[in-house]
Design a protein around this ligand. Structure first.
Ligand code: BG6
Length: 461
C-alpha cells in the first residue's frame, strides 16, 4: 500500500441514498393515498421550483429493475431508501398489495445483486390523512406510525436487516413549524417543540416494537449533524455555538443515543415556558429504546456568533440565541451556494467517538448539488463533474482519517444515486451519480459515477 492510499475497512458499505417520494413517481396511483407533498402541490404549485411537483420524479416505481442494474454496474454494495407510508397503508390500516409487491421485488433484486437495502420509514412524507389528524403534533399519529412500522417489519423484516426510523427529523420541525417553508407552514416555537419531542417518542416506540418482535437486524435513525463552530473563543460566541448545537443536533442525537435530553436544553426551554407536555411512561420509552446505530447526513457546518443585532421576532425562536456568521476562510460550492468544509465530517466522527460511546454509524448522505448541470456535459453527453469527484475525495480523506483514529464508521452513501426531485427545489440542484433527463427519463452515467464505482470496487482510492 502506498502512503497516499485511502483503503477502507473490510465490508465497508459503498452506497447511494434516495427516498421514496423523491424517486418513485406514480404518486397519483389509485392505490396510493396522498401525502402532504401531493396535496400541497395541488394547492400551491408555484411554491415548487419551476412548478414541478412530486408526481413523476425519476419514475423508480416503474424502472427499478434497470436502475438496480445500474447500481450493480458501479459496484455499489448498499442502497438506502425509504418506504412511502401513504403508499403502503393508504388508509393507515389496510395494506396496499401492489405496494407490497413493489417493495418485495425491489428489495429482492437489490439483494440478488449483492446490494444491501437499508430502509428508512419516514423521510418528510407525512400522509395527508395523518397530517389532518395533527401530524407529529398528535399522539394518535405517533401510534399510527408505530403500526405502520410494525407492518413494515412483518412484511419485509426477513429481507431487511438494517432499518432507520426517521431521516433528518429536524427538517419537518424547522421547515414546517419554524420558518414557513414546508407544509403546514407554521411559525410557532411551542408547536415546533412538540413536533420534535413526538418525533423522538415515535422513533423510540418503533425501536421498542422492533426489538420486542422476532427481528434479527438492527435499527437506528438518520440525523443531519451540522457541526456548530463559534466565530471566536469568547464566552458569548462559544455559548452561541453550544446553543445552536443543542437545538439542531443534540435535541435528536442525545435522546436517540442516550435516551435523554441535555439538561441545558430542558432548562432553556423551561425558562421560556416552551417545554412540551410529557409523562413518565413516555420518557421511560425514550430512555429504554435507544438506537443500535446512527446514520449521519453531512452537507455543511453551521457557523455562529453571539447575537449582535437586536432580536426582532416576538416569538422565542432558536435564532434569538445566536446569529449566523460568515467565516472569512469560507469556501462555497459555486454551483449551489452551500459552504464546503470537508473537515466537518471528521469533527462529527470524532464527536460521535468521544461523546456518544463510539456507536456504530455510517454516512447516510453526503453530496454536492449543482444547478444547471447540463452545462458541464461533453460532446458525448457525459457530465464532466470533476468538482464532485473532488468533493467526495476530500470528504473521504477526512473520513478515512477518523476511521484510522478509531471512529466506528461502517459506510459512506452519496446523495444521490440518480438526479432526483427534491421537495420545493424540485430538479434545481442535481446530485446524482447518474444524470436523469427529466423529459425522457433517460439515465446516463456521470464522470463522478464512474469514479465512485471504481472506489467502491477497490474499497478505496
Ligand atoms: C437532505 C435530504 O437534507 O438534502 C434530501 O435528506 C434532500 O431529501 C437533500 O434532497 C438535498 O437537498 P436539496 O434541497 O439541495 O435538493
Amino acid at each position: 500500500m502506498h502512503a497516499n492510499d485511502y483503503i477502507f475497512p473490510t465490508n465497508f458499505k459503498w452506497g447511494a441514498a434516495a427516498s421514496a417520494t423523491q424517486t418513485e413517481g406514480s404518486a397519483n396511483d389509485e392505490n396510493k393515498a396522498k401525502n402532504i407533498w401531493d396535496y400541497w402541490y395541488q394547492l400551491n404549485p408555484e411554491r415548487f421550483h419551476e412548478g414541478v411537483g412530486p408526481m413523476k420524479t425519476s419514475d423508480f416505481y416503474q424502472r427499478y429493475t434497470e436502475d438496480i442494474k445500474r447500481m450493480k454496474a458501479i459496484h455499489l454494495n448498499s442502497f438506502r431508501t425509504s418506504i412511502s407510508w401513504s403508499r403502503l397503508l393508504p388508509d393507515g390500516i389496510n395494506v396496499n398489495g401492489e405496494a407490497v409487491s413493489f417493495y418485495q421485488k425491489m428489495f429482492d433484486q437489490l439483494i440478488e445483486h449483492g446490494i444491501e437495502p437499508i430502509v428508512n420509514l419516514f423521510h418528510f412524507d407525512m400522509p395527508l390523512l395523518m397530517q389532518e389528524k395533527g401530524g407529529w403534533e398528535s399522539l394518535e399519529v405517533v401510534e399510527a406510525f408505530n403500526y405502520y412500522a410494525h407492518t413494515a417489519f412483518e412484511l419485509f423484516g426477513e429481507k431487511i436487516k438494517r432499518w432507520t426510523t426517521f431521516n433528518e427529523p429536524i427538517v419537518p420541525v424547522e421547515m414546517g413549524y419554524l420558518n414557513h417553508y414546508h407544509y403546514p407552514c407554521v411559525v410557532d416555537m411551542k408547536r415546533a417543540v412538540v413536533v420534535a419531542y413526538h418525533s423522538m417518542l415515535a422513533s423510540a416506540k418503533v425501536i421498542q416494537t422492533y426489538h420486542e418482535s422476532n427481528q434479527t437486524g438492527k435499527i437506528g435513525i438518520i440525523l443531519n449533524l451540522t457541526p456548530s463552530y463559534p466565530r471566536s473563543d469568547t464566552k458569548g460566541d462559544v455559548k452561541a455555538a453550544r446553543i445552536a448545537d443543542l437545538f439542531f443536533n443534540r435535541s435528536f442525537l442525545d435522546p436517540s443515543v442516550y435516551g435523554s435530553y441535555p439538561e441545558e436544553l430542558t432548562e432553556l426551554l423551561r425558562s421560556y415556558d416552551l417545554l412540551p407536555e410529557t409523562n413518565q411512561e413516555d420518557l421511560a420509552i425514550i430512555k429504554n429504546n435507544t438506537v443500535d446505530f446512527l446514520g449521519v447526513n453531512y452537507y455543511q457546518p453551521r457557523r455562529v456568533k453571539e447575537r449582535e443585532k437586536p432580536y426582532q421576532s416576538d416569538q422565542i425562536l432558536p435564532e434569538k440565541f445566536f446569529e449566523s456568521y460568515i467565516w472569512p476562510e469560507r469556501r462555497m460550492n459555486p454551483y449551489r451556494g452551500w459552504e464546503i468544509y470537508e473537515k466537518g465530517i471528521y469533527d462529527l466522527a470524532i464527536n460521535i467517538r468521544d461523546n456518544y460511546g463510539n456507536i456504530p454509524w455510517y454516512v447516510a448522505e453526503n453530496g454536492m448539488g449543482v444547478e444547471n448541470e447540463e452545462r458541464f456535459s461533453d460532446e458525448s453527453g457525459m457530465i464532466q463533474d470533476d468538482y464532485r469527484i473532488e468533493f467526495y475525495k476530500e470528504h473521504l480523506k477526512w473520513l478515512h482519517k477518523a476511521i484510522r483514529e478509531g471512529s466506528n464508521c461502517f459506510g459512506y452513501h452519496v446523495w444521490t444515486f440518480m438526479d432526483n426531485w427534491s421537495w420545493l427545489n424540485a430538479y434545481k440542484n442535481r446530485y446524482g451519480l447518474y444524470r436523469v433527463d427529466i423529459r425522457t427519463q433517460e439515465r446516463s452515467l456521470k464522470k463522478s459515477g464512474q469514479w465512485f464505482g471504481d472506489v467502491a470496487r477497490k474499497n478505496g482510492f
